[in-house]
Ligand binder design. Sequence first.
Ligand code: ATP
Length: 215
Amino acid sequence: MLELKNITKRFGAQTVLDDLDVTIEDQKTLAIVGPSGAGKTTLLRIIAGLTPADSGTMVYNGAPTTAAALRKQGVIGVVFQGFELFPNLTVLKNITLAPTLQGVSAAAAERHAERLLAQLDLIAQADAYPYSLSGGQKQRVAIARALALDPQVLLYDEPTSALDPNLRQSVAELIDSVKQQGMTQVVVTHDMEFAKMVADATLTVAKQGSESNEA
Ligand SMILES: Nc1ncnc2c1ncn2[C@@H]1O[C@H](COP(=O)(O)OP(=O)(O)OP(=O)(O)O)[C@@H](O)[C@H]1O
């Protein structure tokens, strides 16, 4: 279980997150919802260790920690809204690059990537470049790339917003299938219907900085 307590974040004079508590249960999907500008992406970036909070604490599996430490340990994976694939690398290389930079052998990284490609229905795209993929395929590559680093918690920023609305159901199914494999997931979305489809619990971030955490 990953817990954030009393998280506060300001940008200049603007308080975006005000004394927020977040509980992320193992092998569940937490949806973070709220209106535009409420601070959902900021919260996701704080959990990922990409943006520092001004104050607050983190506890992972009962032990005090920091987002930077979790990031260094590879606990957290992120699927970005725009997918952020490397345009000059094939799908396979997009997935194997980070593990090989971390010291995994090329052969082992490729074996793992091939399993992920099969699981995410991307075998035929292994040697394709990102420009030639559909939005849904790009997203699956981004998920495979995150999974290739064996995170324990996977964060998604607005996973439906860059896709055709009729893909919403398949994104929900994909998140569910990743959950069935035991992954803990956090999904930032402004889409309440989508949140209902994927979430075991929902955290509403309000614009004024108040929040509620419902099961
Ligand atoms: N790096 C930054 N510098 C200054 N202000 C920022 C920065 N990042 C975010 N903000 C501000 O913080 C507030 C929250 O932004 P954030 O992107 O987290 O909201 P959001 O809930 O994810 O919104 P949306 O649903 O529109 O993506 C906004 O007012 C935004 O302008």
